[in-house]
Design a protein. Structure first.
Length: 291
């Protein structure tokens, strides 16, 4: 029977520090770039911004009220750990919005919609990725996105993009088509930054190599590159003959030299190269200190 694993106290503290920083940074993006320029972020925050401009209601308090249902669903569907972190991030995020608006009274850093969309989307996307990485959420549509990700494997950023399109479209009704288009651009930037930060710039490439000289190629990869290589037995789709397939993971900088070596070893070699978003294990990133 395997021994249950418990997260180290340091990791829990690190996660809550990351949640706090991400929540405050997200609130800053809302108050300094989005809300003053009537740019609607997706989800309940976007609705709160809309109501603020229509009825002068406080953005943070209204957003927290709207998020209450999502918080309850997230707690029961995603577990108490996710729930506690989500409650922490959501309350801090919404309180920080009203603090920035009514206590510090931050004004818009720019009235240029292009700059507001770019910086607001980039900062919000980075802040949300910190929150997601620490195992939390801000209690809005990202709770739904996380549920869908767990069920289907579709990335959080992609799910958020489609969910938030409907919410941002409300901007076109009340603020006109121009602000609708800017809102959609902001959501696109935000979701792309989320995926970029969570998945990273892939520095590792996965090579699928099919060759009649598989043993020599495997030995070359192991001995000359110091990388592992796994052999599979396959069958050619057209010929129906047995084929040996090598799968290896190497740094991006090694791809071109290896391709030259492969051609020298076997001029008829077949190679497919794709990006590996995250690789953990010996020779790559460690599981330690990663959620």
């Amino acid at each position: 029977m395997s021994t249950p694993r418990f997260s180290h106290p340091y990791l829990r503290i690190r996660d809550f520090i990351q949640l706090a920083f991400g929540s405050v940074l997200l609130a800053f993006a809302v108050t300094a770039y989005m809300a003053p320029n009537r740019i609607l972020d997706g989800g309940f925050t976007g609705i709160a911004i809309l109501l603020h401009h229509l009825f002068d209601t406080p953005i943070g308090s209204v957003a927290l009220a709207l998020m209450s249902v999502a918080l309850v669903v997230g707690y029961f569907k995603l577990g108490p750990s996710f729930g506690a972190r989500t409650v922490f991030a959501t309350v801090l995020f919404t309180l920080a919005i009203d603090f920035f608006n009514h206590v510090i009274q931050i004004e818009a850093l720019t009235d240029d919609l292009t700059l507001a969309v770019f910086y607001g989307g980039a900062i919000a996307g980075f802040a949300l990725s910190l929150i997601f990485h620490a195992g939390g959420s801000t209690g809005g549509t990202d709770v739904i996105a996380t549920l869908i990700k767990r069920a289907t494997g579709v990335s959080v950023g992609r799910v958020l993009l489609f969910i938030d399109l409907g919410v941002a479209s409300v901007a076109g009704i009340f603020f006109g088509a121009r602000l609708l288009m800017y809102s959609l651009i902001l959501i696109f930037i935000e979701t792309q930054v989320i995926d970029l930060v969570l998945n990273g710039f892939s520095a590792t490439r996965r090579l699928w190599i099919v060759s009649e000289r598989a043993d020599e190629i495997r030995a070359h990869i192991v001995e000359h590159l110091g990388r592992g290589a796994t052999l599979f037995e396959g069958t050619g789709g057209f010929s129906g003959e047995p084929r040996r397939v090598i799968v290896t993971y190497i740094p991006r900088r090694m791809v071109t030299p290896l391709m030259r070596d492969l051609h020298d070893l076997d001029p008829d070699v077949f190679v497919a190269v794709d990006a590996a978003a995250q690789v953990y294990g010996e020779g790559f990133r460690s599981f330690k200190n990663n959620p």
